[in-house]
Design a protein around this ligand. Structure first.
Ligand code: DI6
Ligand code: FE
Length: 399
């Protein structure tokens, strides 16, 4: 077998199948950016590589996948953080015209270039930890021009960095002030104006919404989902974050890729996700940062066989986090996820949540050769440490 590049003397966590897919003495071979073999050295075909890299026994995992971020935005919300430290709640600040709307103002005021420039240091922090696929949502523009600007900035990030970017249109994130409290009228604009423009420009890979008391009702979200379906786009949903409006069941009814947050999900919601094969994306950074106390019911998710992903939710208001390693530690410490669940949650299950499991998320022949190579003795170290980055090297599409 001829290939461009071969990584030998590696310990692999392929994540293929259900578990970690551990291989003690393994190798990965890539050709034209795709994996042609990943597995035990003893089972490998004879390979003739242009370049061979000796991993010296290091661990190799799939490149990490951050499947839920709002990483493109203007300004920051350090001031609101101070208000919260003085006793104000997230919901109080949002209702007083701060929160998402304050980031909307800064996002509208920024140029596309400025949005890219301010996001890149955050994106680079993720890249430095081995992230090779990144989902980026809009939702801080809240009018057609600013939503499109944000999504163009997101696409641009995938052009200027060695990284696969998946974009998600989140027009139904919050009500902009010019809507004067009329949520139904705004949702009509999202469906009839913003979404068609975004789709026409090829700027969205999926559609998301925020189903919550401070955001939109299930009925309003359903209109967005209908519009997405008509355009042939898959949906996902911010559901059950601060209360239970039965968003998970709604998402499942629309065959959603994922339902995200889920702190307040009940068994009916969990069953619906299981039946639809919708991935539960848990966001411990947001849980931690808003000092939520109601935990997502991981036991119910396990019991019903719902796949669990973990993401940073990187955003200025509820999760100013740019570390999937720390998200894993929080998933384990706060939600009691196992090491295997955490590692699968930022690789295989995150890829499933983005609908790109055929291309990334595990080390298997045919997928992009996206690798993270780690200076660790055992995979649990990736979950166990806090604020320490053991990445040795990162490979995106074979390079
Ligand atoms: N849920 C969240 O945690 C973020 N968006 C959402 O729908 C918060 C976004 C923000 O506060 O800026
Ligand atoms: Fe979010």
């Amino acid at each position: 077998m001829q290939c461009d590049r071969l990584w030998k003397n590696a310990r692999l966590a392929t994540l293929a199948g259900d578990g970690l897919g551990l291989v003690e003495d393994g190798l990965v071979a890539a050709h034209d950016g795709r994996i042609v073999f990943a597995g035990a050295t003893a089972e490998a075909p004879s390979i003739n590589a242009d370049e061979t890299i000796d991993c010296d026994g290091r661990w190799v995992t799939p490149g990490l996948v951050d499947c839920h971020t709002h990483i493109v935005y203007g300004g920051n919300r350090a001031h609101e953080f101070e208000l919260r430290l003085a006793g104000a709640s997230y919901e109080e600040i949002a209702r007083a015209g701060g929160g998402i709307v304050s980031t909307m103002r800064a996002t509208r005021a920024a140029t596309e270039e400025e949005l890219v420039a301010s996001a890149l240091p955050r994106v680079d922090t993720l890249i430095a930890e081995g992230v090779t696929t990144l989902e980026i949502k809009s939702g801080y523009g809240l009018d057609t021009a600013a939503e499109m600007k944000s999504l163009r900035a997101a696409r641009r990030i995938g052009e200027v960095r060695p990284l696969s970017v998946k974009t998600t249109f989140l027009g139904a994130h919050a009500l902009p002030p010019e809507a004067k409290g009329d949520k139904d009228a705004y949702i009509a604009v999202v469906c009839d104006e913003m979404l068609p423009a975004v789709v026409k420009a090829g700027l969205a890979d999926a559609v998301d919404g925020f189903c919550e008391g401070i955001a939109f009702t299930p009925q309003q979200i359903e209109r967005v989902f209908e519009a997405a379906k008509a355009k042939g786009l898959r949906v996902r949903l911010h559901a059950e974050q601060l209360s239970n409006l039965h968003g998970a069941s709604l998402a499942a009814r629309y065959n959603a890729l994922s339902a995200d947050h889920l702190e307040h999900i009940d068994e009916t919601g969990v069953k619906a996700l299981a039946q639809a094969g919708t991935v539960a994306v848990l966001l411990p950074g947001a849980f931690y940062f808003v000092r939520e106390t109601h935990k997502p019911s991981v036991d119910l998710l396990r019991q019903h066989g719902v796949k669990i992903a973990l993401a940073s939710d990187s955003n200025p208001g509820t999760s100013p986090l740019t570390s999937l390693l720390l998200a894993m530690n929080m998933g384990a410490t706060l939600f009691r996820l196992t090491v295997d669940e955490c590692l699968a949650g930022v690789t295989r299950e995150a890829a499933r949540a983005l609908g790109c499991l055929d291309d990334v998320g595990t080390l298997e022949a045919g997928k992009w050769c996206d690798l993270a190579i780690w200076d660790i003795e055992r995979p649990a170290e990736l979950v166990y440490r806090m604020g320490f980055n053991p990445l040795h090297a990162r490979v995106w599409r074979g390079r």
